[in-house]
Design a protein around this ligand. Structure first.
Ligand code: NAI
Length: 344
């Protein structure tokens, strides 16, 4: 099988070359992102391999289908960049549902600790031999309340980590997990209560039409004053303009963002020599209480290995058996989730 691999970064290649050669899948690595202008590059390939900021819109899907490409192997968990309804009947969409929930959950905690203990400030100061502590006062996580929205694989690991810090956990999920609640320590609540009572809120749900701008002017106003918001899920869960206003109004105490709504043309690339056109992002980055990383939460050695291994296994399963347990249906639900009834 020959696959066109879009949006290649140097760190992608070693694991994909290793697992590809083990399973007879060859990859042609393109640096370009998949979109209407580049879909033609997939001519002559059995499938395409895409990542979070590739655009799999109806025109791209039509073009791939016209080229005879049957399979889209996503090397990520989220699939909000794929028009699943349009893909139905045209492309088989495979994904990697889990590769290291620890990578993302640990990054969320790294951002939180960096932010509230002002590590980003202290690092810069000490490099300049400025050992003053003024302005570096943080707060203990122990005894604080964290609100976790989305209690799937990553959300549950993040809850474990927070419990290790002695935090109380309030959860919200459209499909609550059985067996997760633990007395007063971990409780499912309605979103209104989670907003009202949480000192820290971390987002771990997928981006869907329902969760688009879940964090907006209204929900931010409903939060505890000084709340710390962490988003390692998808940028458009948060209305960035509303977040900026809430930070200026001191309603939000800090924001830790690994993802950003308009990230696709910026993140993963070196833009240091360019003038940033996105004023909202520029203003957010300029805030002393905002930390932005560029969709880095997944980036651990373990995750890269697992992503490559599962993607290649998905491809070889699909071509060997005509099916794959990680194929998404038109609702964006995987075979695994269908078994649990989430599809309905
Ligand atoms: P998962 O599918 O295991 O869990 C998602 C949870 O969200 C499920 O429990 C689901 O019931 C819940 N959910 C669905 N709709 C909801 C709604 N309307 N409101 C509240 N909860 C809802 O997914 P996993 O592996 O935990 O990943 C979560 C998200 O993390 C992914 O969707 C992806 O966007 C993001 N992600 C980010 C990465 C990064 O590098 N920053 C890497 C990997 C994933």
């Amino acid at each position: 099988m020959k696959f066109a691999f879009f949006d290649t970064k140097p760190y992608d290649r070693p694991a994909f070359e290793k697992y590809g050669s083990l399973h007879g899948v060859s990859f042609k690595f393109f640096e370009a992102k998949l979109n209407e202008d580049t879909a033609e590059l997939a001519r002559g390939y059995d499938g395409v391999c895409a990542f979070v900021n590739d655009t799999v819109s109806p025109p791209v899907i039509d073009k791939l289908a016209e080229l005879g490409v049957r399979v889209l192997a996503l090397r990520c968990a989220g699939f909000n960049n794929v028009d699943m309804r349009h893909a139905y009947g045209r492309l088989h969409v495979l994904r990697v549902p889990a590769y290291s929930p620890y990578a993302v959950a640990e990054h969320a905690m790294a951002l939180l600790l960096t932010s509230i203990r002002r590590i980003h400030k202290a690092y810069i100061r000490s490099r300049d031999f400025n050992f003053s502590l003024s302005g570096l006062t943080g707060f203990d996580l122990h005894g604080k309340t964290v609100g976790v929205i989305g209690t799937g694989r990553i959300g549950r690991v993040f809850i474990d980590i927070c419990r290790g810090f002695g935090m109380r956990v309030l959860c919200y999920d459209k499909f609550p997990a059985t067996g997760l609640e633990d007395g007063d320590r971990i409780r499912y609540v309605e979103l209104s209560e989670l907003y009202r009572k949480s000192d820290v809120i971390s987002l771990h749900c997928p981006l869907t039409p329902e969760t688009h701008h879940l964090i907006n002017e209204e929900s931010l106003a409903a939060c505890k004053k000084g709340v710390v918001l962490i988003n390692t899920s998808r940028g458009a869960l948060v209305d960035a303009e509303a977040l900026l206003s809430a930070i200026k109004a001191r309603q939000v105490g800090a924001a830790c963002l690994d993802v950003y709504e308009e990230e696709s043309d910026l993140f993963f690339e070196d833009n240091s020599g360019h003038i940033l056109e996105d004023d909202t992002l520029a203003r957010l980055i300029s805030m002393p209480n905002v930390i932005v990383t560029s969709h880095q939460a997944f980036l651990t050695e373990e995750a890269l290995e697992n992503i490559a291994e599962t993607t290649v296994r998905n491809i070889s399963d699909f071509f060997a058996r005509g099916e794959c347990e990680n194929e998404l249906c038109w609702r964006g639900t995987s075979a695994e989730d269908c078994k649990s009834g989430k599809c309905f």
